[in-house]
Design a protein around this ligand. Structure first.
Ligand code: ADP
Length: 552
């Protein structure tokens, strides 16, 4: 800007200087022409006086190379004398403007290019008393001549003017730009510079206020976003169009094993997982994708989605969702379905086999009661299995629709023991209930299922002459229900697995006593829904203790 102003001032001053010079030359030229005419008129008058006095004799011996051209013209315009040209060759001058004027008024003057001499000449003509006309003429200086003459005095002046204009232009341009350089743009309104830029400063100020507001809003939104994502168990990563990390929450940083403050870093360089890098890269190119990957000892569904802004992709979002439980549940469901089919098939095949033998008459009449007993046994097993499956699938739904009420666990244990006393008697096992009234708030059917299954197992996996004790006590931890038996016991390595569906320590023993392999799975589910904790202890070959603690 300074350069431009400097150039403009220099050009303007040079144009003014040139115009002034031209004007001066023009004025001087006109002034010199007038002065030359005055001088020529005076000389003409003197020569006319002399010619009038001396006549033709005046021209005798006149210097032909004199500065001035003298022409004596007869009244008819013919040339009587000319000190420069041959009079015989000269044309009639009667019609020349200065001659006509002199003939009519006594004096005439004119400036023109001489017909004979190709220069601009000034002519002054005076009528003599005898009617003849005396004319003096002299070459007029041309403008170029004048300029050439004036060059030497004008040159230093012009040079001085140019130097002065360069110096002033330099100072002026700097002083014009200085207030603009001194503007405090962080506080536009406080500037006292040019009045012309005040609207611009006001606009700047308004825009700065607006920008500050927007920045504040953005910062708030960023803080809110970070607060929300910080608390997420799921991993969330936002990537820019160039693949740089814009935001990463602590869960994602932990799962991808990158430092949490890696915002701004290139994702491919920061993340070492090639599968996730490939998903991110595809998303940045507009391709949505997802994959289940093992991360930090769990299974995560990693989904990468492109972010589209108008017609181009401006970034990508990576979402890491823990699907371990879902996957395990899926596996369990698949295994359960396979197990159920297998467990159902066994009694069904047995029933079908016995029925076929009876139908084809291959069973003698004395064997019919034995076969009927087997048929009945298998059918009971089938019914127990179907009932347990149904119970389990109801519990799988969460048991939310089940009604809760206050239940006395001691009374429930006593009624269960009563119901199981025939079976206990048959197995030659003594069954006793100890403790006192202890009320828990829960679903009666679930509590009854827990006590029944545990007591039933304690009787089933016992030995003749053994005993089962159900005790209900209340302490600071909660209400404790313990079922202890003096039975076969459970090997320590199986104590975790007995709660799995269809898991049996001794399969043939379980079948023998009419077990389905689902009893403890149902207990585990029911305890979970009731908010109770389960633990198993005991000594293999000497007995088992199963303890359930209900919250008060
Ligand atoms: P089941 O219908 O076969 O009894 P459960 O789920 O109730 O199925 O029990 C799973 C397995 O745990 C049983 O098959 C048995 O081997 C073992 N078990 C359960 N309770 C006891 C117990 N009180 N004493 C010894 N073993 C037991």
């Amino acid at each position: 800007m300074t350069k431009r102003i400097f150039r403009s001032i220099v050009i303007a001053s040079l144009i003014v200087l040139l115009a002034a010079l031209l004007l001066i030359v023009g004025v001087l030229y006109s002034h010199f022409t007038d002065a030359q005419f005055d001088q020529l008129r005076a000389e003409t008058a003197l020569v006319a006086q002399a010619v009038n006095n001396e006549g033709q004799a005046y021209f005798q011996g006149l210097d032909r190379n004199a500065n001035c051209r003298i022409t004596w013209i007869a009244a008819d315009g013919s040339i009587l004398f000319d000190n420069r040209s041959d009079t015989a060759q000269m044309e009639n001058h009667a019609e020349r403007a200065e001659v006509t004027d002199a003939r009519n008024t006594g004096y005439g003057q004119c400036a023109r290019y001489s017909a004979t001499l190709t220069e601009r000449y000034l002519y002054a003509a005076q009528r003599l008393p005898d009617g003849t006309i005396l004319r003096l003429s002299g070459a007029q200086s041309t403008v170029l001549n004048l300029l050439a003459k004036m060059l030497s005095p004008l040159l230093p002046v012009t040079l001085a003017a140019v130097i002065l204009s360069l110096f002033l232009a330099n100072r002026l341009s700097k002083s014009i730009v200085q207030p603009l350089n001194d503007l405090n743009l962080s506080q536009p309104i406080g500037n006292t510079g040019y009045a012309e830029i005040r609207p611009l400063l006001r606009r700047l100020d308004a825009q700065q206020i607006q920008l500050r507001g927007q920045a504040l809003e953005l910062a708030q939104m960023k803080t809110e976003f970070e607060t929300v994502t910080r608390g997420l168990n799921e991993g969330l990563v936002l990537l820019s169009g160039g693949g740089a990390i814009l935001s990463i929450n602590p869960a994602a940083a932990r799962l991808l094993e990158v430092t949490p403050n890696c915002a701004g870093a290139d994702f491919t360089a920061a993340n070492q997982n090639s599968d996730i890098a490939a998903l991110a890269d595809a998303a940045l190119h507009g391709e949505k994708g997802e994959k289940i990957l093992p991360l930090a000892g769990k299974l995560y569904l990693v989904s990468a989605s492109p972010v589209k802004s108008g017609s181009y992709y401006s970034g990508a979002v990576l979402f890491l969702l823990d699907v371990t439980e879902k996957q395990q549940a899926e596996t369990l469901r698949r295994e359960f379905t396979a197990n159920v089919s297998h467990e159902l098939k066994t009694p069904l095949h047995a029933i079908s086999g016995y029925a076929e033998l009876m139908k084809s008459g291959m069973v003698s009449s004395e064997d019919i009661p034995r076969f009927s007993e087997k048929l009945y046994g298998e059918t009971r097993r089938l019914i127990a299995l179907v009932e347990d499956i149904l119970r389990l699938s109801r519990l799988d739904e969460g048991g939310e629709d089940m009604q809760k009420s206050a239940v006395d666990l001691f009374a429930l244990a006593q009624s269960t023991a009563e119901a199981l006393s025939p079976a206990a008697e048959l197995a030659e096992v003594t069954l006793s209930v100890q403790g006192e009234k202890a009320v828990v708030f829960g679903v009666p059917q679930l509590l009854s299922t827990i006590i029944f299954n545990l007591t039933d197992n304690a009787v089933k996996y016992n030995r003749p002459g053994g005993s089962v004790t159900v005790s209900v006590t209340e302490d600071t931890d909660g209400i404790r229900m313990e079922v202890s038996d003096t039975g076969v016991g459970i090997p320590p390595e199986d104590r975790e697995r007995i709660f799995e569906r269809f898991y049996r320590v001794d399969k043939s023993r379980s079948k023998e006593v009419g077990g389905t392999g689902l009893g403890l799975s149902i207990v585990k589910h029911a305890a979970k829904i009731s908010g109770a904790t389960l633990s198993v202890s005991g000594v293999l070959g000497r007995g088992t203790d199963v303890c359930v603690v209900f919250p008060k």
